[in-house]
Design a protein around this ligand. Sequence first.
Ligand code: OXD
Ligand code: MN
Length: 593
Amino acid sequence: MNAVLELDAAAPTSLSTLASWVEEVAALTCPDAIRWCDGSQREYDALLAGMEADGTLIALNPDTHPGCWLHRSDPEDVARVEHLTFVCTRDAEAAGPNNQWMAPDQAHGKMDALFAGCMRGRILYVVPYCMGPIDSPLSRCGVEITDSPYVVANMRLMTRMGAQALQRIEREGHFVRGLHSLGELDPDRRFIMHFPEELSIQSYGSGYGGNALLGKKCHALRIASWQAREEGWLAEHMLIVGIENPQGDTHYIAAAFPSACGKTNLAMLVPPPAYREAGWKVWTVGDDICWMRPGPDGQLWAINPEAGYFGVAPGTSAKSNPNALAMIQRDTIYTNVALTDDCQPWWEGLDDRAPAFDWQGRPYDPANGPAAHPNARFTVAARQCPSWSPRAEDPQGVPISAIVFGGRRATTMPLVFEARDWRHGVFVGATMASETTAAATGQVGLVRRDPMAMKPFCGYHFGDYFAHWLSFDEPGARLPKIFHVNWFRKDADGNFLWPGFGENLRVLEWIIARVEGRVGAEDGLPGFMPLEHHFAEGLGVDPDRVALALQVDQGEWAIEQRAQDQFWAESRDRSARFDASAPSSEGEEATEL
Ligand code: OXD
Ligand code: MN
């Protein structure tokens, strides 16, 4: 490999702060060699070949899945670990009740002890990356140091990684510092530490995506949310999707849902046949993270800082997400999926074939649980998606017409409603809740408050975060309308009331009609509710079930409001100023056309 350097060789960068940081880290971690990654195909191929040789990756069936690989993680290292994730600010209050806090000195002491000598026998990779289009003023850069070639390969798919990013970093002179080691993969020696004041991240003891691909949750959400507050923008856990109507006009919608609630599916939605024939098109800009900033025209302009998708495999099928299925047929890294007997990737919900091996490589036995881990993932370059939007590369970003919040709620929350104004919309996002999923360790299926789907990702005090959101409502602002959706409402027998997937376009159509001021709404308990809509037209679902999905039950709503009050009480102090200003759900005027 041309880029392998001995420890004492000169670093290939003109930026002395970067060169000296790499030297310091090498002195602490004692790697056998240092490799500066250039992001080339050659480098990527060599990394994959090395991982195949040492068993880190298994080549999948080259006829059905060319260029695809399977990685089996340590069985104890399969999801984000919120209980081991910390925000380390000088002032404990700044991290807020929504984060675990540790004093920076204490955290550094702990992490230095863990990192000491941890790369002996390993290669230290230096991974310069850019979050966002390489020439966008909205983008931000970082450098991740890691001893995991799996992380390097994933970072190449997920970010603009390598020589061009390094050039931008050298030009700008600053970058977010991320230090990662697999360590021993011991859950008792695992920490994910964030130092927003130092713009740095330290992650030890996990190879799992959200803990180890530091550009993603750690940088693009926790650190970026802190930077965004200081600089007047928003770093959000949102997909970005463009909806093109038959007249050729495209509206961009940003939508926040908690992990594993169908963000990727919504971002890649395939219109139902009647909509497709009428000329509706869907364009995927991003499936997980959205950075938004007010433009000179007062609108919010957004970029997807990522260049790839790290999606949940189970449940992905020709029905739920045909675009995703098409894009992961080639050049994809799978993690913790099952295998068929001819070495094709398989997971629950894909099809009715029988798997041969489970995610741990054991002959499949239903007594051992699901064949694929419920949080099994695929990593793939965004451009491979058939609905990929070329606007994902636009340095100016895309203008956002609507913001949608949503959660997984069996009861209470209707299919859709609109917030009365920005202030109310912030309240709706702040009080959002969802049933927990397998994307994080812990019990699945509990309703928890997850404001703006940022509970695990906001790098500072939620009270300050809500205040930051409110601050965008200023003279001259042309802010998006805010909506709330729930695709997951169930009837008394536990069956979903709404078919979801491609049919969700019907709800997005109503949202766009509201944005354009073309349809009326009535004021209901949660906000403005649909009057005219096409939700049930030609849907093949009993319209009474759709009506039930749209309904708000007074008793359930009262319980919801008590739960919201309890949430505000927990985040008292800084959120109090916001709580006091929250609109009541009664006495507002219905919107006129
Ligand atoms: C993700 C998550 O991986 O939210 O996107 O957990
Ligand atoms: Mn996510």
